[in-house]
Design a protein around this ligand. Sequence first.
Ligand SMILES: [Zn+2]
Length: 321
Amino acid sequence: MPEPNAFTGAELDRAADRRRRDTDWLAAQRADPAARAVVLGDAGVRVQGAALELVPLGDLPETAGEADERLLLLGVDATGPLFAFDENPPPEGRRAPLVGAGGMRGEAAPEAPGRLGLRHAAQGLPQADGGLVAYAAALLNWHRASRFCGVCGGRTVTEEAGMSRVCTVCGTHHHPRADPVVIMLVTDGDRVLLGRQSAWPARRYSTLAGFVSPGESLDEAVAREVLEEVGVHVGQPIYHSSQPWPFPVSLMLGFVVPYLSGEIGEGTDDELEDARWFTRDEVRDAVRDDSWDDEPGPGDGLLLPPRSAIARRLIESWVDG
Ligand SMILES: [Zn+2]
């Protein structure tokens, strides 16, 4: 079994069934003395030392009962009901920041005592806790950005204890979305094609990636993105693994895909600053560099993406054969 990707492995029953529509059952979950919450806000997730802190509901700031938009049921684990709580609900009329993520492109989250930004949470917390944090963050990010109906502009309110929202004007139900992103390692025998964006640390290269378009299969998205970004044609992609990426609500779908033809540099979009082939030896040397953070290490060789990223997993699997 391959090692699981960061941000996966939450150990809980999401109760994504009729229990969420049962008001008595929901009231019992909120009243359960064993109920706890994952607390998230702009600066990240609440932690105690190196562990995720699950805060008893009674220790949260007073909530507004059933209708409280800040408290969402994640599910039930071996201890009891588990909620997510937004400690910095953004004021209306302003673009909501992402929970614990800083900017969209990896800018650092604001620091606060006892809070851990999501990227660090993915790297530093136990596997199951990282999965829980990704679930809670993606759900809160969706709620923060979904307070008005996309159909009529009316106000929406949570239903199913946070698993959906409903418009108070036209009655449309809205469900949390995940944006599919294909991420692919292009291989050609003993070499792989990697690219870099100008905003990245010096010497970092990674796999190509892009959003799936409406009306497009994953295979088509892989081929189109590779052609747009670097100008080469690829064959049939082989699925590797997937990873939720809560910045804000992406789902990364990882593939390995063989190179067919074409020269790097014939791409038609400007997303990448550079792209090139790397040999297996070059990549193996880079894998040996165990730095976890975004700071370039010593030396002048290739710098790979952080270990929490599925891109790194794709690259390491290939190196390991
Ligand atoms: Zn509506």
